[in-house]
Structure formats: structure tokens, C-alpha cells
Design a protein around this ligand. Structure first.
Ligand SMILES: [Zn+2]
Length: 257
């Protein structure tokens, strides 16, 4: 699943291609978006800005209309120079926005809606998101409050993955963050003090910011390295499903306690 760094990277590229540019056309070729009249509703409107919060991306048009996207496991944003070959099949495109120079394409949804700025502010799911791990000024106090209001018996790995506590962390950064803090992802939240919680965030922020710039994360310490020796201590990396969604957690029993 694309995590916050991937979405912020996409927002940067989509924003550079669309913000303040003359929009030539908006097309909705896919059966899921075809009947929505977006081309008519967006006709003649420029893009004011493109931003991300956690794993959510927003394209804000003039006149209070906002496209909201969440890629879940399958979706993708593509930004291509006019005439450049797309990296996914045409039939998978839900939305195509064209300028003189670029084609911005949303492939495979699965969450793509045209809404308004005010509705995004009051949508209970969006309003309930925790602070964005990649925000220039990280909101540490809200993060700590949310974690402490959450179930304290859950493992800290599961706590970090819950977007209501912290928006933008997914399976990769959950595993890497716990490794860098030397923290066993199965340790109950109650046994992790506030300093350690903030350290979890502090360690991954620069790595995620680097990934926003490059478009991909660096070499992982533990993520998808089950059965391989830890690059720090040589202990074999372990993996096991964690939490309600049974997402695989990777950790080094030698480095993390
Ligand atoms: Zn180790």
C-alpha cells in the first residue's frame, strides 16, 4: 500500500503539472467515474493547489470543488509529458486531466470523489485523521493525546499504523520506525513512554522526507527481510501478522526489545 511519502511525492508532481496551468480537458473514461459529470462540473476551473494529508491526496479547483483520492492497495497517480507512454493500461484510467504539457492520470481508484473543501473538513473520516507524519511542523501534542486515548494494550506497531493516531505511516515505516527506536513492535502502548513515542516519529520523518524527494524509500533495515540476518547485529529478522488487519510486522529480536 502506498504510504504517506509516496502520496506526498505524487502531490508534488501532480501539483507541479496542474497548479495555475490552463486545464485543456478533464476526462472520466472508466465506468466507475463516467456518469459523474465531472468534465462539466470542472469545465473552465483552474487548479488552486494540490496537497496531501497522510495517505489522502486533494486537488483543489477554483470555486470550492476538490477531488479527493485514496489509493488503498491498488490505485496510482501518473504524471506524463504530453504524448508520453502511460505505465498502466488505458482501460485502468479513472480520470485524465490534460494541460498543454502534461497528462495527469488516476489509475484504478479505488477512492476518488469530487467534493468540496468544506465537506472535506467535516467528513468524519478525514476530520478524524491524526497529525500528518510529514507535516513541516509535526503536531506532537495531538499525536500523544490520540495515542493515550487509544487502547493501551495494543502493540505499539498496531498503534502506529492506526491513521487516527498518526496519518501517513504504513507497513514499511511502521517496521522501520520501531527498528530505529530499538522498540519491539509487540510491546503494549502502555509500556512505551512519551519520549519514546516521539522518537518513533522523529526517526522516520527525515527518511520519509527523503523518499518524497526521490520517489521511493531507501534500503530497509527490517521491512520484507524475514529470515535474513539483521544488518546491524546478525540476528535473523522475524515476521508475523499483527493487529485486526493482520498486516505483517518485521522486527529484529536482537536489536528490538
Ligand atoms: Zn539486529
Amino acid at each position: 500500500m502506498p504510504e504517506g511519502d509516496t502520496i506526498h511525492h505524487a502531490a508534488k508532481r501532480v501539483g507541479a503539472a496542474l497548479t495555475g496551468r490552463d486545464i485543456r480537458s478533464v476526462e472520466t473514461p472508466h465506468p466507475r467515474t463516467r456518469g459523474e459529470r465531472w468534465p462539466q462540473r470542472l469545465d473552465g476551473r483552474g487548479v488552486r493547489s494540490v496537497d496531501a494529508h497522510g495517505k489522502h491526496l486533494f486537488i483543489r479547483f477554483e470555486g470550492d470543488l476538490t477531488l479527493h483520492s485514496h489509493l488503498r492497495m491498488t490505485g496510482k497517480w501518473g504524471v506524463y509529458r504530453a504524448g508520453e507512454r502511460w505505465r498502466r493500461a488505458r482501460r485502468r484510467a479513472w480520470l485524465v486531466i490534460r494541460t498543454a504539457d502534461h497528462e495527469v492520470v488516476q489509475f484504478d481508484g479505488p477512492v476518488l470523489e469530487l467534493t468540496t473543501d468544506s465537506r472535506t473538513r467535516f467528513d468524519p473520516h478525514l476530520a478524524g485523521l491524526g497529525p500528518d507524519v510529514l507535516a513541516p511542523e509535526f503536531d506532537a501534542s495531538t499525536f500523544l493525546t490520540r495515542v493515550r486515548e487509544d487502547d493501551q494494550t495494543r502493540g505499539i506497531g498496531e498503534t502506529l499504523l492506526d491513521q487516527r493516531n498518526l496519518a501517513g505511516i504504513g507497513n514499511i515505516w511502521k517496521a522501520e520506525s520501531c527498528f530505529l527506536a530499538g522498540l519491539d513492535p509487540w510491546k503494549p502502548a502502555a509500556q512505551v513512554d512519551d519520549d519514546k513515542l516521539l522518537e518513533l516519529v522523529r526517526n522516520v520523518r527525515p527518511l520519509m522526507a527523503e523518499s518524497v524527494q526521490r520517489g521511493r524509500p531507501g534500503k530497509p533495515w527490517v521491512y520484507e527481510r524475514a529470515g535474513l540476518p539483521c544488518r546491524r547485529c546478525g540476528t535473523l529478522i522475524r515476521a508475523r501478522g499483527q493487529g485486526d488487519d493482520n498486516r505483517t510486522t518485521f522486527w529484529c529480536p536482537g536489536c528490538q526489545s
